[in-house]
Design a protein around this ligand. Sequence first.
Ligand code: CA
Length: 227
Amino acid sequence: MSESKGLVLVVEDEKTIADVLRMYLSREGFGVHVATDGAAGLAAAKQLRPVAIILDVGLPIMDGTEVCRELRTSGDWTPILFCTARDDEVDRILGLEMGGDDYITKPFSPREVVARVKSILRRSSGRIDGAAELEIGEVILNQDTRRVALSGGEISLTATEFDLLAYLMSRPGRVFSRDELLSHVWGYESVVGTRTVDVHVAQLRAKFGDHDPIRTVRGVGYSVDKV
Ligand code: CA
């Protein structure tokens, strides 16, 4: 394989799932490393510096949420796609302390997983049109450095949180529906449901606390006010 698109770390204890993901991701030009328990996954993430991580929630030794929390705590913001067999885990997975970028529920189609990986990679590397630096009140967002400052201090955001905020800030005053945000920020149709958007907005809000720049427009969606 020449021209690798980068290494994807798959942390999955079910061999058949890991094998099929390896096959599909390799075919798309990604390098693939499989770890079969949480501790091995965490070690591989630190050592191999993958471009993205597909992380099963239910894992031996250390579960997926624990792996993610450890990585985020150590300042590692590699995009993470969670796989879960339980729909009721979604809020917790995408929740503030966890810092996952997206999730997919089992059973999934491997094609869909590959599409999601590409989508989170596009998000974490791309930038929307317009000025490199967007400023709303005390919030300054730089699309080149992908850093966000609030009153001079830095706020750590996941790739998804960053892109969501950048998109809202690029058009202050414009109200976006959840479906619009899903298609523009996440890059796919609303098959995942709009809860994803709400959960990520809630995370952003919690990070900004009293300086939360996002306004909820009931029954419509979200916007960032012009200042
Ligand atoms: Ca599992």
